[in-house]
Design a protein around this ligand. Structure first.
Ligand code: PMV
Length: 317
């Protein structure tokens, strides 16, 4: 029996940047995100004979062992040693700062726990997904999602996808994989940035403000918090030694264009993760105006609505 799960990527509006425990992959603070319904990972998992997992990522065999190590956690939980065949694919560029690890580990958690016979509630699933990638906890839920940074941090839905019909315009500003992965970038920030503590201290108030802005559907307030959180996260990374700089010239140009457009009345704001791409949130009727901002600087655009929760089905062979 094969289990097939889908999960959507998500973009943090209040960022997660820094771990307080590596083994349990615990975030130093909470975070708050929107799930992106049009950026999807599909993952199938089925038990196989033998002791070794077989893992295929976007059609290519994966020998890194990262997914098998994560599956070991799930096998321990299920108290079963079953080897698994995992096939996973993204309908968007992998490892380019578009949170493919978020949707990837969320889909894998859902499909593999089912394949191993585990019946877990949503909160437990988000805790397990967090062990694969911090942002993956958020991708199990749809809509607007918060990570609660307890000693076993988990994700909860703050509002469902239909609560506020914003769109996300992703401007791709470079090709290929990012140069410094998020884990390396944040670990280096924790170890060497003297802005890191100030960054962590700023997060709880930003989460509260972002939640209130979303619940009130107040774009101007959400814009203020999301841009502030993004710039502070990058400031903490820039202040590491040596500084980590994820942006290219197009990233900076787009920041200026979005801010100028907003001050001229276009309801839109930017956020940027551990890569050079710029994600702009806006209402549906502002999408053409936002897309026009990429002229001459962007290599491509991906458009997404706010998406729903991860799902799993059993598929007979
Ligand atoms: O989930 P990770 O380990 O790939 O880290 C995600 C880090 C950021 O994308 C930069 C911020 C976030 O909260 O998603």
């Amino acid at each position: 029996m094969k289990h097939v799960a889908t999960a959507h990527s998500n973009i943090a509006l209040v960022k997660y940047w820094g771990k307080r425990d590596h083994g349990a992959n615990l975030p130093a603070a909470g975070s708050f995100s929107a799930t992106l319904g049009d950026l999807t990972t599909t993952t199938s998992v089925e038990p196989i004979e033998g002791d070794a997992d077989r893992v295929t990522l976007d059609g290519e065999e994966d020998t890194s062992g990262r997914l098998s190590r994560f599956l070991d956690l799930l096998r321990d939980r299920a108290d079963r040693r079953t080897a698994l065949h995992v096939e996973t694919s993204n309908d968007f560029p992998t490892a380019a700062g578009l949170a493919s690890s978020a949707s990837g580990f969320a889909a894998l958690t859902l499909a593999a726990t089912r394949a191993l016979g585990l019946e877990l509630d949503e909160r437990e699933l988000t805790r397990l997904a967090r062990r694969g990638s911090g942002s993956a906890a958020r991708s199990l839920h749809g809509g607007w999602v918060e990570v609660v940074p307890t000693d076993d941090a988990y994700a909860v839905r703050v509002a469902e996808a239909g609560h506020w019909d914003l769109r996300c315009v992703v401007f791709l500003t470079a090709e290929g994989s990012k140069k410094v992965g998020s884990t390396d970038g944040m670990n280096h920030t924790v170890a060497t940035s003297n802005y890191f503590d100030a960054w962590v201290d700023s997060v709880p108030a930003d989460i509260e403000a972002a939640k209130q802005a979303v619940l009130a559907r107040d774009l101007e307030r959400l814009a203020t918090v999301a841009e502030r959180s993004c710039l502070r996260m990058h400031a903490s990374a820039l202040a590491a030694d040596p500084g980590v700089l994820y942006w290219n010239g197009a990233t900076v140009e787009l920041i200026h264009r979005v801010r100028e457009a907003r001050s001229s009345g276009l309801p839109a704001f930017f956020t940027i993760d551990a890569g050079p791409h710029v994600k702009v949130f806006c209402p549906a009727d502002a999408v053409p105006g936002v897309e026009a901002l990429g002229e001459g600087v962007s290599n491509g655009v991906i458009l997404s609505s706010i998406g729903g929760a991860a799902e799993v089905d059993e598929v007979a062979e």
